[in-house]
Design a protein around this ligand. Structure first.
Ligand SMILES: Cc1cc2nc3c(=O)[nH]c(=O)nc-3n(C[C@H](O)[C@H](O)[C@H](O)COP(=O)(O)OP(=O)(O)OC[C@H]3O[C@@H](n4cnc5c(N)ncnc54)[C@H](O)[C@@H]3O)c2cc1C
Length: 396
C-alpha cells in the first residue's frame, strides 16, 4: 500500500510487538490513522526463532488460535543435564510451536481488515526528533525510492538495538545482548510432544541448548550462549559441537546455520517520551532466563497501544502520564519479574556441570508426576547450597 503524508500513529516493525500494537490501536481508536511499516514482508522465511510459546497466554492475547498458526502442540519439557541425564516435566497441551511466518501473516491480515495501512518491503531509515507541532518525520526507503512521512506518535518495534530515533533516556534494548544460533535438522530422534533443553559448559556456557520439534521430522536445534562467553565460545561453534556429540545422525551433515541477537536485559527506564514508544525487543522485553520474547513483545505492544488510545480518544492530554501508565502496566505484568531474573542470572550461569548432574540424578529417580518446576529448582539449590545465597535476589 502506498502511504499517505501523515498518520496519527506510525508503527515501525511488524514483528509480534508491532503487529499487536497496530491491531490493538485500531480496536481501541478505530478513527485514528495507523501505518505499519516493515523493511521486509514479516512472514518471510526463515523467521529467526525457535517459535515456542505458552499456549494459554497466546490464547489470552489473540483469542482462539487458528490451527494453521501451530506447527505442533507441546506436552512438556525434557531437561538434559551435562552428562545426558533426562528429567521430564509434563504439562500436557501447555505450549505451541508456532509457524511464525503464518502467525505474522495472519496478524497482518487482521491489521489490514481493521484498517491499518500496511507498507511492507519498506525500511525506516531515520526518525526525527519532534517538530514544534509534535510531529515526527520518518525517512523511508523501498525499491520505489526514498520518501518521508509524518506521524504524531511513533512506535519503534524494530527489534533488538536497531532504533535510529533520538534516545532521550528511554530503554535501549541493548542491555545483555546475547547471541543465538540454530539449524533446522532432520534425522534427529526426538519425542515430537516435548521440547528439549540441554545444559552444560561444553555446549552452552551461560545459556542453554534446545531442540524444538516442528513436524515430527524436522527439529529446530539451537544454542544461546551467555554474553560473557560469546567471544571465546561463539554460539555457532557450540551448536556444531552439540550436533556432532548429541545427534551425530543429524542430516544434512553440514546444515545451514541461522542466528540472531536476543536482548535479555530489563532496564528500569521509561518506554516512551515526546510521542515516541519503544516496545518488544527494541525495549529489551525478553525474559532474561528463558529468552522467550514473542508474547512479551505482544504484551509490550498492547500496553503502548492502550497509552496511545488514551491520548487519541480517551481524553488524556499528558503524554508523560500515559507513558508512565504504560510502564507501570508492563512493570506489574512482566518487568519486575524480569528484573529479578536478571539479578539471579549470573548465579544461575555459574552453576557447575557437576551440580546440574547431581540435581538431575536425584530428580530422575522421582516419579514423573512429582517432577514439578519448583522441585527441579529446589533440587538444583540442594545440590549447591551456595547457589541459594546467590539467588537471594529472587526473594526481594
Ligand atoms: C534464535 C532465536 C530463537 C528464539 N526463540 C524464541 C522462542 O522459541 N520463543 C520466544 O518467545 N522467543 C524466542 N526468541 C525471541 C523472539 O524471537 C523475539 O523476542 C521476538 O521476535 C521479538 O518481537 P519484536 O516484534 O519485538 O521484534 P522482531 O520479531 O525482531 O520484529 C522486528 C521487525 O522489525 C522489522 N525491522 C527491523 N528494522 C527495520 C527498519 N529499519 N525498518 C522497518 N522495519 C524494520 C523487522 O523486519 C522485523 O519484522 C528467539 C530469538 C532468537 C534470535
Amino acid at each position: 500500500m502506498s502511504l499517505r503524508e501523515f498518520y496519527d500513529v506510525a508503527v515501525c516493525g511488524a514483528g509480534p510487538a508491532g503487529l499487536a500494537a497496530a491491531l490493538r490501536l485500531k480496536k481501541l481508536a478505530s478513527g485514528a490513522s495507523v501505518a505499519l511499516i516493515d523493511r521486509s514482508s514479516p512472514w518471510r522465511e526463515p523467521v529467526l526463532c525457535a517459535e515456542g510459546v505458552h499456549a494459554l497466554t497466546l490464547r489470552h492475547l489473540v483469542g482462539e488460535v487458528p490451527p494453521e498458526w501451530i506447527r505442533t502442540t507441546i506436552d512438556g519439557v525434557d531437561f538434559f543435564s551435562p552428562d545426558g541425564t533426562r528429567v521430564r516435566f509434563s504439562r500436557p497441551g501447555s505450549g505451541f510451536i508456532l509457524d511464525r511466518a503464518r502467525f505474522h501473516r495472519g496478524l497482518a491480515e487482521r491489521c489490514e481488515a481493521a484498517g491499518v495501512e500496511c507498507d511492507f518491503e519498506t525500511a525506516v531509515t531515520a526518525i526525527s526528533a519532534p517538530a514544534s507541532d509534535g510531529r515526527r518525520t520518518l525517512s523511508l526507503r523501498s525499491a520505489a525510492g526514498e520518501r518521508e512521512i509524518q506521524a504524531r506518535y511513533v512506535v519503534d518495534a524494530m527489534g533488538a538495538g536497531r532504533s535510529s530515533a533520538p534516545d532521550k533516556g528511554l530503554v535501549t534494548g541493548r542491555v545483555d545482548l546475547e547471541f543465538a544460533a540454530f539449524a533446522l535438522v532432520k534425522g534427529v530422534e526426538h519425542d515430537p510432544r516435548y521440547i528439549q533443553l540441554h545444559y552444560g559448559r561444553e555446549f552452552a556456557p551461560g545459556g542453554y541448548a534446545w531442540l524444538f520439534p516442528r513436524d515430527g521430522e524436522t527439529a529446530n536445534v539451537g544454542v544461546v550462549v551467555g554474553k560473557e562467553f560469546t567471544a571465546s565460545r561463539p554460539p555457532r561453534e557450540c551448536l556444531k559441537r552439540l550436533l556432532a556429540e548429541r545427534w551425530p545422525s543429524a542430516a544434512p551433515s553440514n546444515p545451514r546455520f541461522f542466528g540472531g541477537p536476543i536482548p535479555c536485559g530489563q532496564e528500569r527506564l521509561p518506554l516512551g517520551a515526546d510521542g515516541f514508544f519503544r516496545v518488544g525487543d527494541a525495549a529489551g522485553m525478553v525474559n532474561p532466563l528463558s529468552r522467550a520474547g514473542i508474547l512479551e513483545a505482544m504484551k509490550g505492544g498492547n500496553y503502548a497501544a492502550d497509552a496511545l488510545a488514551s491520548l487519541l480518544v480517551g481524553g488524556e492530554t499528558d503524554f508523560d502520564r500515559a507513558s508512565k501508565r504504560c510502564l507501570d502496566a508492563w512493570w506489574t505484568d512482566k518487568g519486575r519479574g524480569h528484573e529479578q531474573l536478571m539479578r539471579a542470572k549470573p548465579a544461575f550461569g555459574s552453576v557447575s556441570d557437576r551440580v546440574f548432574d547431581k540435581a538431575a540424578h536425584a530428580l530422575a529417580r522421582l516419579p514423573e508426576e512429582k517432577c514439578t518446576l519448583s522441585r527441579i529448582f529446589l533440587e538444583t539449590l540442594v545440590a549447591s547450597p551456595s547457589l541459594l545465597w546467590k539467588m537471594r535476589s529472587l526473594l526481594k
